[in-house]
Design a protein around this ligand. Structure first.
Ligand code: ADP
Ligand code: ASP
Ligand code: MG
Length: 433
C-alpha cells in the first residue's frame, strides 16, 4: 500500500491527545483540516487521559478479581465518551460527523475478554457514512465477539490496533498515530531527554521495540500492520512536522545509506519473575509447565533453566511474565501439583533491551551491552536474544541508569550524525502530558 493511492486516512488520537476539552477540540481541528484538505477521515480515539486506569481502579475497589466480561463492559465506555465529544466538536466546526462503538464499526473479535484479538473488520457501515460525507469517529480498543455477542476489549494500548485494522480494511493510504511525543525515539524520551527521533523504522525493528516495552505503539498493531502492509506514521498531536514512518524493511533501508547497527534502547518495568526451584530434570516437564501457562493465556517472556549440578536430578527454572499475569501464573503452577519443590516470585525486576536490524551483521554487540551494564555496577539476572535484539533482566530500580548508559555507549543521541540525518540536526523530543 502506498501513500496517495487512497483518499482515506485513519487518524488515531491517544489518551493525552483527548484529555481535556481543549485537547478534544484540538484533535477535532486536525481531523477537520485533513477533511478540508481532501481526505475522507476515519478517526479512532482513546479514552481521555487516565480514564482507563481509573475505571480499572473502580473495578478493583468493588472486586478483587473482576469478572472479565463485565470488565470489558466497563472499560469500553472510556473511548465512547471521547468519540461522542469529538463528534460534537466537529459538528460545531461545520462538518458532519458520526461516532460509532467498536461493535457498530464492525470490529469483530474472538471472545477472550480483556485481551481479544480482531478476527474480522466489517467496515460497510463506515464506508456508507464516508459516502455520506461524514467524518467517522470510532471508539478504539474494543470490538464485539460474534460468538458470544458480547463487547470485548483488545488489551492495554489497543486503540493503536483498532486504527491499523481499520486502515487495512479500508485500504487507507496511511494510519496516523497521534500521540504525546513527536514519534518513535531511540529511547523513551522521558528517560533519555536527548533521544533521537527515528525518521523510519522497519516493522521488524518496531515489533522488537514494542515487544520489549516501547509502548508508543501496541505490539499487536505493529504485527497487524506488517501482516497487511499498513504504513504507520507515528507523530505528535501537539506540534506539526513529520514523525516516524513504520514501513517494510526494504523501504526503511532505501532511505539509509548504511544502517546503524543499534537503533534503540527499550525498557520495561511491567514484568515479574517466577522461579521454580527443584524441578524434576526429565523430558516433558518443561512442556507440561509451559503448556499449562499457555492454556491459561499467560505470555511468557524470558526463560532460563539451569542443568542440575551435583547429580541431584533437580533443576531451577525461571521465567518472566507480565505483572498482571503473575497471579494466574502462580495459580496455574500450583494447579500442576508438585512439578517443583518451591515457587518464588519477584515483582521488582525490570528489563532493558537494545534493538537494531543492523545487529545481524555486527558481532560483539552483546559483549558491549554486558560490559556497559557491568561498568555501571548493574547485575544482569537473565538474558535473552533474537537476531535483532538483546534483552537483560535487571533490578527494577536500575532501569533508568541502564537505559541512559546503553544509549550513551551506543551513541544513539540526537546529536549523533546519521545517514538519514547528515546534518546531525537535533530533533529534540517534545514531551508533553
Ligand atoms: P497514547 O496515549 O497516545 O497511546 P502512550 O502512552 O501509549 O500514548 O505511548 C506514548 C508514550 O510512549 C510516550 O509518552 C513515551 O513516554 C513512551 N515511549 C516509550 N518508549 C518510547 C520510544 N522509544 N519512543 C517514543 N515514546 C516512547
Ligand atoms: N484506553 C486504553 C488504554 O489506556 C486503550 C488505548 O488507549 O489504546 O489502554
Ligand atoms: Mg498507547
Amino acid at each position: 500500500m502506498s501513500e496517495g493511492r487512497s483518499d482515506i486516512v485513519v487518524m488515531k488520537f491517544g489518551g493525552t491527545s483527548v484529555a481535556g476539552a481543549a485537547e478534544v477540540k484540538r484533535a477535532a481541528r486536525r481531523i477537520v483540516a485533513a477533511r478540508e484538505a481532501g481526505s475522507r477521515v476515519v478517526a479512532v480515539l482513546s479514552a481521555r487521559g487516565k480514564t482507563t486506569d481509573e475505571l480499572v481502579a473502580q473495578a478493583l475497589e468493588i472486586s478483587e478479581r473482576p469478572d472479565s466480561r463485565e470488565m470489558d463492559m466497563l472499560l469500553s465506555t472510556g473511548e465512547r465518551i471521547s468519540c461522542a465529544l469529538c463528534a460534537m466538536a466537529i459538528h460545531d466546526m461545520g462538518h458532519k460527523a458520526i461516532s460509532l462503538t467498536g461493535s457498530q464499526a464492525g470490529i469483530v473479535t474472538d471472545s477472550s475478554h480483556t485481551r481479544a484479538r480482531i478476527i474480522d473488520v466489517r467496515a460497510d457501515r463506515i464506508r456508507d457514512k464516508l459516502g455520506e460525507d461524514r467524518i467517522v469517529l470510532v471508539a478504539g480498543f474494543q470490538g464485539v465477539s460474534t460468538e458470544s455477542r458480547d463487547v470485548t476489549t483488545l488489551g492495554r494500548g489497543g486503540s493503536d490496533t483498532t486504527a491499523v485494522a481499520l486502515a487495512a480494511a479500508l485500504g487507507a493510504s496511511v494510519c496516523e498515530i497521534y500521540t504525546d511525543v513527536a514519534g518513535v525515539f531511540s529511547a523513551d524520551p522521558r528517560i533519555v531527554p536527548g533521544a533521537r527521533k527515528l525518521a523510519m523504522a522497519s516493522y521488524e525493528e518496531m515489533l522488537e521495540m514494542s515487544a520489549s516495552g516501547a509502548k508508543v505503539l501496541q505490539l499487536r498493531s505493529v504485527e497487524y500492520a506488517r501482516n497487511h502492509g499498513v504504513r504507520i506514521h507515528c507523530r505528535s498531536s501537539f506540534e506539526d512536522g513529520p514523525g516516524t514512518l513504520v514501513v517494510a524493511e526494504e523501504e526503511a533501508k532505501k532511505e539509509t545509506v548504511e544502517q546503524p547497527f543499534v537503533t534503540a534502547v527499550t525498557h520495561s518495568d511491567g514484568e515479574a519473575r517466577v522461579t521454580l526451584t527443584g524441578v524434576r530434570d526429565e523430558p516433558g516437564v518443561a512442556g507440561q509447565i509451559f503448556t499449562a501457562l499457555a492454556e491459561a493465556g499467560v505470555n511468557v517472556d524470558v526463560i532460563i533453566q539451569n542443568e542440575p549440578v551435583g547429580g541431584n536430578e533437580l533443576a531451577d527454572l525461571s521465567f518472566t511474565v507480565d505483572r498482571s499475569d503473575l497471579t494466574t501464573a502462580t495459580e496455574t503452577i500450583a494447579g500442576l501439583g508438585g512439578v517443583s519443590k518451591g515457587v518464588r516470585t519477584d515483582e521488582r525486576i525490570g528489563k532493558v533491551s537494545i534493538v537494531g536490524a543492523g545487529m545481524r551483521s555486527h558481532p560483539g554487540v552483546a559483549a558491549k551491552v554486558f560490559e556497559v551494564l557491568g561498568g555501571e555496577g548493574i547485575n544482569i539476572e537473565m538474558i535473552s536474544t533474537s537476531p535483532i535484539k538483546i534483552s537483560c533482566v535487571i533490578s527494577a530500580g536500575r532501569v533508568p541508569d541502564a537505559v541512559q548508559a546503553l544509549h550513551r555507549a551506543f551513541d544513539l543521541g540526537a546529536n549523533a550524525v546519521r545517514p538519514e540525518d547528515p546534518t546531525g540536526a537535533a530533533h529534540r523530543p517534545t514531551v508533553s502530558g
